[in-house]
Write a protein that binds this ligand. Structure first.
Ligand code: AMP
Ligand code: TRP
Length: 329
């Protein structure tokens, strides 16, 4: 089995967009790849965050991943800060990177272009740490959203640079786009991505939202005045978004839903989708609570860190020899 790795930043609450675009795909990948998923808590502090919030986000994130069907027997799930090799290789990658290439990273560029103040040095250099995260494990595939593709490209460049400067050490990883065809949009502005940073809470469904509230959000989702049920993302983006949500959660092809609703109104369709979302969240949250009650998270992380360290420690030892940190042969 090929190895695949991805990291998730524990900043903010997870949305239905995260579930459909990323989590549900990881659940599929765990049967097809040797999968490593880690919580990128060292990345989370590139923007100031309170310790209490970070702790809570981290616990919620893991519990929600487990509740969504990630199986610790198949996937290695761990905390980045539990495996010290990330920070160690991160520093070496920082020293392998050029200011110019980091200045070209769009996330950093966007923030500076907007004139944001208080940007930390960590935010500038975090693509180097991300490269270390990936290269430590010899991951062949890295599933990410489109905004992260550039960072995986940097990891590729750094792997090649290191291999060339020293000797063959790292596998050159390939990005895998997670959101292809299944991007979920805001319920209030279907031209914008459903995102945890959205200001209008009615546009976003959080995975920990009260299921009744989530149903209401579906009922009040923005559609259009055409009044025809068909899948036309261009002219009816709101409706297309709702159809996608229903299709993924109820595992029914969009065409089948559309044909069931010929001659019917949006209200009826929304009612069904609202019920689907209600059932989905109720089930997910019941599992989430069960995981918390049984205190499963600590055990999963302990075992995950052990398994991850086995690989990462070996790799960093090799790197330390190659760069000349280790002085005995
Ligand atoms: P973010 O929440 O932006 O850090 O993204 C974490 C992961 O969830 C990435 O793989 C994203 O592509 C995915 N994701 C986030 N929002 C959405 C969305 N609205 N639709 C589909 N995928 C999403
Ligand atoms: N930077 C990624 C994000 O903001 C998270 C991340 C950190 C990651 N390290 C990674 C993703 C390694 C994939 C591989 O979403």
């Amino acid at each position: 089995m090929d190895r695949m790795l991805s990291g998730i930043k524990p900043t903010g609450r997870l949305t239905l967009g995260n579930y459909i675009g990323a989590i549900s795909q990881f659940v599929k990948f765990q049967d097809q790849y040797e999968l490593y998923i880690f919580i990128a808590n060292q990345h989370a502090i590139t923007v100031p965050i309170e310790a209490k919030e970070l702790r809570q986000n981290t616990k919620d994130l893991i519990a929600l991943y487990l509740a969504s069907g990630l199986d610790p027997k198949k996937v290695t799930l761990f905390l980045q800060s539990d495996v010290s090799a990330h920070a160690k290789l991160g520093w070496i990658m920082t020293c392998m990177s050029y200011m110019g290439e980091l200045q070209r990273m769009t996330q950093y560029k966007d923030k500076t272009a907007k004139g944001e103040t208080g940007i930390t040095a960590g935010l500038f250099t975090y693509p180097c740490l991300m490269a270390a995260d990936i290269l430590l494990y010899d991951a062949k595939y890295v599933p990410v959203g489109i905004d992260q593709k550039q960072h995986v490209e940097l990891a590729r460049n750094l792997a090649e640079r290191f291999n060339h400067r020293y000797s063959d050490t790292f596998i050159v990883p390939e990005p895998v786009m997670t959101t292809v065809g299944q991007k979920i949009y805001s319920l209030q502005d279907p031209t914008k991505k459903m995102s945890k940073s959205e200001t209008n809470p009615k546009g976003t469904i959080d995975l920990l939202d009260d299921p009744n509230l989530a149903r209401k959000k579906i009922m009040s989702a923005v559609t259009d005045s055409l009044g025809v049920i068909q899948y036309d993302p261009e002219n009816q983006p709101g409706l297309a978004n709702l159809l996608t949500i229903q299709s993924v959660l109820a595992k029914e092809p969009i065409e089948a839903i559309v044909s069931r609703y010929q001659g019917k109104g949006y209200g009826e369709l929304k009612k069904e989708i609202g019920q689907t979302v209600y059932d989905f969240l109720s089930d997910l949250q019941a599992k989430y609570r069960d995981i918390q009650d049984k205190k499963i998270v600590d055990q999963v992380l302990l075992e995950g860190a052990k398994k991850a360290s086995l690989i990462a420690d070996k790799k960093i030892a090799k790197v330390y020899r190659k760069v000349g940190f280790t002085i005995t042969k």
